[in-house]
Design a protein around this ligand. Structure first.
Ligand SMILES: C[S@@+](CC[C@H](N)C(=O)[O-])C[C@H]1O[C@@H](n2cnc3c(N)ncnc32)[C@H](O)[C@@H]1O
Ligand SMILES: O=C(O)CCC(=O)C(=O)O
Ligand SMILES: [Fe+2]
Length: 906
């Protein structure tokens, strides 16, 4: 616990605050959890004010404004990002010290805070009925923080990573701002522990918070407040607190049994959940878990207790194929379905009587064209063999670590109708060799007498399937993604929940429990025949797997496929590669390479991009984002950036095709973001795809330096997916790492080989780098462009010597995500504006913009003319013709600083 840093803050406080002198800080035990606590260092009378908030020492959500917070759905998220931002950039001694006094991320983790739990722990909790909601809510919060962070990083010069943002959220959620009154963060007031028998209470008047004694408190007593009345489960979920059950409903027996097993787990949140069960399970929970009971009983005096065999934490089990059971029945009603949902998010509930799939109104105006839809065979009698396409399985982000189904193929075979009696035969059999991860069935021999509407039997191939949800039916649920069409429904809450996903992510789902396949098929076919949907149905051009096999080579679709790279050697004209841009932009970027001082906001210090202590300390890769490039650019730099962007857009659009499988491809991609990256020795980029942000579909790198001439090392490795993750690199997949301590760890490959893992090693989709095969090694050369699908897993090898420079573009599949920075209207204006050009040449400063002039400026134009922006706000000069830093919002100050340097060094 950060008691030492708490004491520092304490000192700071008590220098200014009389009341703080009467409080002490130390450690207390609550139900086995050791945590920091506040105590009284004098006696307090009932109702006496113990501490009052000082407005300068409170961060209120209401005060947080700015585009960078716009991705946040709520105040807690805004506060979290702001707290993380302050912790990273703060020079202010009070807040720097105060934030350092909150627990660090690993301390939160050690306290068993669910929000800090590992993915593995969440997966375990997700299997415990009473803790499923907790696991879902943690994933939801993290998901929300992740997307808010993405937006934050686009609009802020301070760049935060996910750990920063999550830490901020932990500070906010474990604090009590919203419990006291409106959402805020307040050091010290945030540090009172919880008790169902409190001795203090918070009072909140006019935004000022006081801590008051509920009764007489004696010197040395711990101060304890009652956080809220939400009950033990809610308090555990939010604070990791184990509260006495009181009136609370006991946990279900199945939760209790499952939680006993994890009592020895090294994951604090699992231990805490197990402890929670001990208190909340009555008889079942009161029994000591078998393992620990043995450990205690059999320990001879003086001998070391037997060390429980640690779970092979990182060993993942191949999908539970043994449980796969897919029931296909002839036309019947869908039993047990009480609520069928269909449509874009938010789903439009239809009553069972509306099952004729009348297109709900919500679908009349879909947000984007429907894409790559599965052309199911029609219900008309089909004599000839027809093949449907392979269907890409969309992964649900929150379910990322669980859904493994990748593709399956449906093939219409002989027009036979399965009979009731044939149901068993229709159950796909597991492959003899699970290594292949295939499930193959072939049923063509059913006599058809009735149910004439169904005229085909499908062959299925399921690659690497695992249950999507633990369903009450106990059988496999699986889902078929059909572009943007969704047929969902069980009426079962647990099943529906995962579909509250990304906008536009519609999923068609079926399970033996609710949507028997034939019925599902019929409904789908009928649906697809609706005229209203026709305009949105784009026949898939994915190659059928079986056709591909028959013809021994897949039909060429044009465009890039995952793992392929197109290299264009003379993408830049010689003058661009070595001329102005080099003198202009490159020189500036080189100047930025004097890291700390000059481009402090753009230097990456993560392990992701830096090798070794030295690089981690100073940052060996500078990322100069699009805005920075634009702001610092001279007219000719801008012209060049504009030309290159335009050329890059045309090239990637020529190469884009439906073979993009990470996101839906609507026939066009748009530039979403670009950075100029400068790698010094030790700079690298770990194995990754580029599908993590902004629905990236295509990636393009333009080199401004040559391997073997300007730098050594720094090759780009292009990978193939490992057999266990055939759609690696698709969105929704997760990156984790092997624990830094413990082990040894190993990953069992599908063929049974044990692959040793390094402590701390990154895993993508649960697989270490060694499970990925290198398909190509690219050596960048100046002027060359390289294009690949963003879902292609790649890596930049550590640079050994020299300077590696590349301009990198990410293209998105979604037009609304095109970054405003690529609206070049303002730039084009500036480039055409001879007055500005003259002023530049004569060294005169651009004129200050008046309010009226500013109103008409495009966002890009505003940013380019930063002085104009500040001028618009009527700022004062600092004596050298530049606006005073204190005037603009903080980020403007930072931009200004960056611009100062860039201009100043010319
Ligand atoms: C508002 S903070 C209290 C100050 C906290 N002890 C600290 O060091 O920052 C809430 C956090 O304190 C811990 N905590 C508070 N009351 C607790 C209790 N009764 N039992 C266990 N942990 C408690 C939990 O980790 C919780 O998330
Ligand atoms: O610098 C490069 O060539 C590749 C960079 C990259 O892959 C990335 O930033 O995503
Ligand atoms: Fe990349």
């Amino acid at each position: 616990m950060p008691v030492a840093s708490s004491q520092a803050i304490w000192q700071l406080l008590s220098e200014n605050d009389e009341a703080a002198r009467h409080l002490g800080v130390g450690l207390a035990q609550h139900n086995g959890i050791r945590t920091r606590a506040l105590s009284a260092t004098k006696d307090f009378q009932q109702d006496e004010v113990i501490l009052a908030s000082d407005s300068t020492r409170v961060i209120r959500a209401a005060d947080l404004q700015g585009r960078r917070f716009e991705g946040c759905p709520d105040d807690a998220c805004r506060l979290a990002l702001h707290v993380a931002e302050r912790a990273k950039t703060g020079r202010d001694s009070f807040w720097t010290k105060a934030l350092a006094a909150y627990p660090s991320f690993s301390e939160f983790e050690a306290l068993g805070m669910p929000l800090a739990a590992s993915e593995r722990a969440l997966a375990v909790l997700n299997q415990v009925p009473d803790f499923q909601a907790l696991a879902t809510s943690v994933r939801q919060t993290r998901g929300a923080m992740l997307s808010a962070l993405e937006s934050y990083n686009r609009h802020s010069t301070t760049q935060l990573n996910f750990a920063d943002a999550l830490w901020g959220r932990l500070v906010v959620d474990s604090g009590l701002g919203d419990v006291r009154c409106g959402p805020h963060v307040a050091p010290v007031l945030d540090w009172v522990n919880h008790s169902t028998k409190p001795n203090v209470r918070y009072e909140c008047h006019d935004g000022r918070v006081t801590l008051q004694a509920l009764r007489r408190i004696r010197t040395g007593e711990e101060l304890q407040a009652s956080y809220n009345q939400l009950g033990p489960m809610a308090n555990f979920a939010r604070y990791g607190i184990i509260e006495d059950p009181g009136e609370a409903k006991p946990l279900s027996p199945s939760s209790c049994t499952r939680l006993q097993i994890v009592s020895l787990d090294k994951e604090p949140v699992l231990r805490a959940a197990s402890k929670f069960a001990q208190i909340h399970c009555g008889d079942i929970g009161a029994r000591q878990p078998a393992a620990s009971a043995t450990a205690t009983a059999s320990t001879p005096t003086g001998a070391a207790p037997p060390v429980p065999k640690p779970e092979p934490a990182m060993e993942t089990v191949p999908p539970k194929m043994g449980k796969l059971e897919l029931s296909i029945q002839p036309l019947t009603q869908i039993p047990g379905v009480s609520n069928l949902l269909f449509g874009p998010r938010p789903f439009v509930p239809l009553s069972p009587s509306a099952w004729d799939w009348a297109a709900p109104t919500a679908l009349a105006q879909p947000p984007a064209p429907l894409l790559a839809l599965l052309p199911l065979p029609s219900l008309a009698p089909a004599r000839q063999k027809r093949t449907t396409r392979a269907v890409g399985m969309r992964r649900n982000k929150r379910q990322a670590s669980r859904i493994k189904t990748a593709y399956f193929e449906m093939e219409a075979a002989d027009p036979q109708v399965p009979q009731d009696g044939a149901v068993d035969e229709l159950q796909p059999k597991l492959p003899a060799d699970p290594e292949q991860g295939h499930l193959v069935t072939n049923h063509t021999n059913h006599n058809s007498t009735s149910a004439a509407a169904l005229r085909r039997v499908w062959n299925f191939q399921v690659h690497g399937t695992s249950p999507r949800l633990q369903h009450p039916c106990g059988v496999l649920d699986f889902e078929i993604s059909m572009g943007k069409l969704a047929l969902l429904g069980t009426g079962h809450d647990a099943f529906e929940r995962p579909y509250e996903e990304q906008p536009g992510q519609w999923t068609l789902a079926v399970s033996a429990c609710f949507g028997q396949l034939s019925s599902f098929e019929e409904r789908t076919s009928r649906l697809l025949q609706q005229k209203a949907l026709r305009p949105f149905l784009v026949p898939s051009s994915r190659p059928s797997l079986s056709r591909a096999r028959r013809k021994s080579a897949p039909r060429s679709l044009g465009g890039l496929a995952r793992g392929e790279v197109v290299v264009k050697p003379e993408f830049l004209q010689p003058s661009e590669a070595s001329g102005k841009f080099r003198d202009g932009e490159l020189k500036k970027v080189s100047l930025l390479a004097a890291w700390e001082e000059r481009c402090a906001f753009s230097v990456e210090r993560s392990e992701e991009k830096n090798e070794g202590e030295h690089c981690l300390a100073q940052g060996c890769v500078a990322y100069c984002g699009l805005w920075q490039m634009v702001q610092a650019a001279r007219d000719d730099d801008l012209q060049l950036l504009l030309n290159v962007t335009d050329r890059a857009s045309r090239l990637v659009n020529d190469l884009a095709s439906e073979r993009i499988s990470a996101f839906e491809f609507a026939g066009k991609v748009w530039p979403h973001w670009a950075t100029f990256q400068h790698y010094l020795p030790g700079g690298k980029h770990i194995l990754h795809p580029d599908t993590d942000k902004g629905e990236h579909c295509m990636s393009l790198a333009v080199s401004f330096s040559t391997h073997g001439v300007d730098f050594t090392g720094g090759e780009i490795k292009i990978y193939e997916c490992p057999p266990s993750v055939p759609d690696c690199g698709n969105r929704g997949r997760s990156r984790t790492h092997v624990p830094k301590e413990g082990g040894p760890f190993a990953r069992k490959l599908l063929n049974g080989t044990l692959l040793p893992l390094r402590a701390g090693e990154w895993l993508w989709d649960g697989e270490p780098e060694a499970a990925y095969h290198v398909r190509q090694l690219l050596r960048p050369a100046s002027g060359t462009a390289m294009v690949w699908l963003s879902e292609t897993v790649h890596q930049v090898e550590p640079v050994q010597g020299g300077h590696r420079k590349s301009l990198f573009y990410w293209f998105t599949c979604k037009e609304p995500l095109q970054d405003a920075a690529f609206d070049w209207t303002g730039l084009a204006q500036r480039l055409r504006d001879p007055t500005a050009a003259r002023e530049k040449r004569s060294g005169a400063r651009p004129p200050r913009e008046g309010q009226a002039n500013c109103a008409g400026l495009s966002e890009t134009w505003r940013r380019v003319r930063l002085r104009g922006l500040i001028g618009c706000q009527g700022g004062e000069e600092d004596g050298q013709g530049w606006p005073k830093k204190s005037q603009g919002p903080a980020e403007v100050g930072k931009l200004l600083r960056a611009q100062w340097i860039w201009h100043g060094r010319r």
